[in-house]
Ligand binder design. Structure first.
Ligand code: 13P
Length: 252
């Protein structure tokens, strides 16, 4: 079975102590994940070693970065490289979140470079795509997401592509409480898998495609039961232990 992933994206929330408490509360429940299931925690950079230390030896639990530099190394004040992440054993990195695209001018070309940097260091990119409301309103979401994938990812080899996780996050559903319906999510996930299949063939069947945008304890089962939804990238609800635990339990 394809990997199924519950990924927490803490964004710029929680103090270090609150982060410790949240992870401890989640780990205390000791949820035994199945072989194909994974819990991933994308935490702020200063918390990565703490998270890695807590999660590192727990099977199928992993810490993730929320971003990395598109440059390998050098005079880039304030940046964090994929090599640095790898040197503390980080195996996942969220890339191209819509908040980074909107507030930090990330674009498809720089995201292609960030993806490359991660792949070079054996870090799995969780590559985010998704349309704003104005695009959804004119029913152009498929071509919008297709351009994001083509411009950032479709020059990679099938072997590289097989190492990527995709997160479809419609921007109009992020932090708004307005979740895509299970049908809307499934339609877009099937479209994304279709694009991957047209370009890469069978490997598309093994690529996890996560849904993000107001995933909650109350809607995770319905969303994750869609055939092409392989888990979620979760913002707000990942900050509450009980909610994220319920979301983890909702994985197929
Ligand atoms: P919310 O779950 O808060 O809508 O955020 C989704 C998201 O952006 C995850 O990366």
């Amino acid at each position: 079975m394809r990997k199924q992933i519950a990924a927490a994206n803490w964004k710029m929330n929680l103090t270090y102590q609150q982060g410790e408490e949240l992870l401890d509360a989640i780990l205390k429940e000791n949820i035994e994940l199945k072989e194909h299931q994974q819990a991933v925690f994308a935490v702020p950079f200063p918390y990565l070693i703490m998270a890695q230390t807590r999660l590192g030896n727990k099977k199928n639990y992993a810490a993730a970065a929320q971003n990395c530099s598109d440059q390998p190394a050098g005079a880039y004040t304030g940046e964090v490289s994929a090599e640095m992440l790898r040197s503390i054993n980080i195996r996942y990195c969220v890339l191209g979140h819509s908040e980074r695209r909107e507030y930090f001018s990330e674009h498809n070309q720089s995201l292609a470079a960030k993806t490359q940097r991660c792949l070079e260091r054996g870090i799995t990119p969780i590559f985010c795509c998704g349309e704003p409301l104005s695009i959804r309103e004119v029913d152009a979401q498929e071509s919008f997401v297709e351009a994001q994938l083509k411009e950032s990812l479709f020059h990679f080899s099938p072997e590289d592509i097989s190492k990527i996780v995709i997160a479809y996050e419609p921007i109009w559903a992020i932090g708004t409480g307005k979740t895509a319906s299970a049908q809307q999510a499934q339609e877009m996930h099937a479209c994304i898998r279709g694009l991957l299949k047209a370009k890469y063939g069978q490997v598309a069947d093994s690529i996890p495609i996560l849904y993000g945008g107001s995933v909650k304890a109350g809607n995770a089962v319905e969303l994750f039961s869609c055939p092409d939804v392989d888990g979620g990238l979760v913002g707000g609800a990942s900050l509450v232990a009980a909610d994220f635990l319920t979301i983890m339990r909702a994985l197929k």
